[in-house]
Each structure stands twice: as structure tokens, then as C-alpha cells.
Design a protein around this ligand. Sequence first.
Ligand code: SAH
Length: 218
Amino acid sequence: MKNQHQGIGMTSQRTRDRLITRLREAGIVDERVLEVMASIPRHLFVDEALATRAYEDTALPIGHGQTISQPYIVALMTSVLLGDEPPLRVLEVGTGCGYQTAVLASLVKEVYTVERLEPLMKGARRRLVGMGNRNIIYRLADGSLGWPEKAPFDAIITTAAAPELPLALREQLNVGGKLIIPVGEDTQELRLIVRTAEGYTDELLELVNFVPLVSGKV
Ligand code: SAH
């Protein structure tokens, strides 16, 4: 895809590298994730008017009341998801602008991504296909129900906060599979749920602030 910002200071490789330094300082140590995030042009995932802010470690508006997640949170969730044995098939709920999708698609075999707002889904697909991604499968639907026809997954990542843990999601995990999801309303907990042979483990990773996961008809 033609990158009209290439060469402009605010969106140069040096600007991108500063974000990576900032992520290291914030405690991100996974080199696989840092390398991929250094290579993905985050400014192409936001409106041109916000492009100069795309390498700040902050969430930004993407229209329709939604946001592109803070880079630190993308890096944290992706590091936890990869772990020692990177998953092959990953379900992402909440495509938004597609930035987290792009990060995942560079690190795992297949990404199944679900978004409930059509204009965001279309924009994300156009961008991601334009950047040459061929291992992403898109769906316009309520992702709180998962994607039963494509289940089970090795990992599921949700980038919108569920009021309560959606049980359909953890049921679509393989044994050993991970669900990374923010849960809660005012106070949101980013949780890591792992499916074991006997049931599930549940761990609190961090307090976070996501837009809400909206259930029901699209
Ligand atoms: N990973 C995205 C985050 C976008 S914000 C990014 O970095 O851009 C969260 C997204 O979740 C929004 O686009 C919102 O429309 C979507 N969303 C909310 N509830 C959903 C649901 N039930 N199913 C699918 N997508 C949902």
C-alpha cells in the first residue's frame, strides 16, 4: 500500500522506534511483539488528522464512539497470548480499526476477527488487505458469542470490556487455550483464563479501560 506519510518526521521509523523504547520502559520484554510493533505503521490505522499522534502510547478515537487501543495494552495482551508456545488459530473479538489484528496476523498462523459495526469492519479489511495480510478471516457479527463454526481456538482475545465473562468464549477454547479479556464496567479487570483438562484457571493481569462489549443484534 502506498504510504503517503513516509518521510514525514512524525511518522518516520525513528518516531516508531521511540514508541518501542517507551514500551520497553513500561515493562514489555517480548522481542517478537516489539519487533512486529516496530514494523507496523500505526498511523495508517487512524484518521489522517490524528496521524501525528499515532506513535504516542495512548488510545485514540477511530469514530463510531470507538478507540484504537493503547499500544502498551496491545503489547501486553499479545505477549501473554504468545507465551512459550504461540497459538496457531486465534479469535479476536472487536476488530475496530484492525491494528491489533495486524499485530496478531504477523505472529500467528490464522486470525479470525469479529466486529459488530460494519463501517469499522470494512475499513479494517480494506487496510489489512491493502497491507498484504492474507491470513485474516473477517466476520460482521456479535462476537460475544464467539465464532462457533470455526471453534475451537488456541487463543481468544477480546478488545472490548464484557460486563460479565461471556461463557461462550471460554467454551470455544482448546484445552491449553487462553482467553484474554477485560471484564467489568466502571472498574475493568484484564483477565487471563486458561482451559485445562479439568476446567479453567483465571488470573488478573491488570486494571484497564476499554470501550464496552455490546451484546445483541448487530
Ligand atoms: N482492537 C481494536 C479495538 C477497537 S475498540 C483496535 O485496536 O482498534 C473495540 C471494538 O469492539 C469496537 O470496534 C466495537 O465496535 C467492537 N465491539 C463491541 N462489542 C462487540 C461485539 N459484541 N462483537 C464484536 N465487536 C464488538
